[in-house]
Ligand binder design. Structure first.
Ligand code: GRF
Length: 193
């Protein structure tokens, strides 16, 4: 991937809606020497996202955009990304679906993490679905974002065993721990392409 070559770090924006634990793991990763990315911006659609606090903690600029007017929000976001010379977007628990137009503007430069073994269980309530279907394994996936929900090219996946006594909550916790390791691995993988 051309955008990930060269000696300079890739200027990255992370989009969140909630807790931001994946954001924090990405920030920690970005501050390691071996990391190909530097996180320049945190973007959220939700002013109450707990993850916004990481902006202050790690001195990263953060901005909230109102997605009730999505077209306008996306236009402003694109301006901000351009201003900050962002060339990689990492969606990390971002609960809005970006428009086709937006995705096209960042074609091949948007990644997402999803808490299932895609193509199984796109969308919400993935842990509940895996348990109801009595799957032996679930897990997480990092993929490129294209215009269909949770459908872009898969970069990397991690399997997690489902135990008999797992609940959606306990499974979510186990998978989240793996997500924190998987997202940095995915970035290293595409940066070596
Ligand atoms: C993660 O499980 C992610 O895969 C999903 O939402 C959750 C976000 O968690 N899309 P956090 O905000 O990164 O803690």
């Amino acid at each position: 991937m051309a955008l990930l070559t060269g000696s300079k770090k890739i200027k990255t924006a992370v989009f969140i809606s909630g807790t931001g634990s994946n954001l924090q793991s990405l920030i920690k990763f970005s501050r390691q020497k071996k990391s190909p990315i530097s996180i320049e911006m945190i973007i959220s659609n939700n002013p109450k996202s707990k993850g916004l606090a990481f902006g202050k903690m790690y001195k990263i600029r953060k901005k909230v955009f109102d997605f009730k007017k999505q077209a306008l929000a996306e236009k402003e976001i694109l301006l901000n990304l351009k201003k900050n010379k962002i060339n990689l977007i990492c969606l990390a628990g971002f609960m809005k679906i970006l428009s086709k137009n937006f995705i096209l503007r960042f074609k091949g430069q948007i990644l997402n993490i999803h808490p299932s073994l895609l193509p199984k269980y796109k969308g919400l309530n993935t842990h509940q679905k895996a348990i109801i279907n009595k799957d032996e394994y679930s897990g997480c996936t990092v993929h490129f974002v294209d215009s269909k929900l949770d459908s872009g090219k898969i970069i990397i996946q991690k399997k997690v065993k489902i135990k008999n006594n797992d609940t959606p909550n306990s499974l979510a916790k186990k998978i989240l721990t793996q997500e924190h390791k998987l997202y940095p691995k995915a970035i290293l993988k595409i940066s070596n392409l």
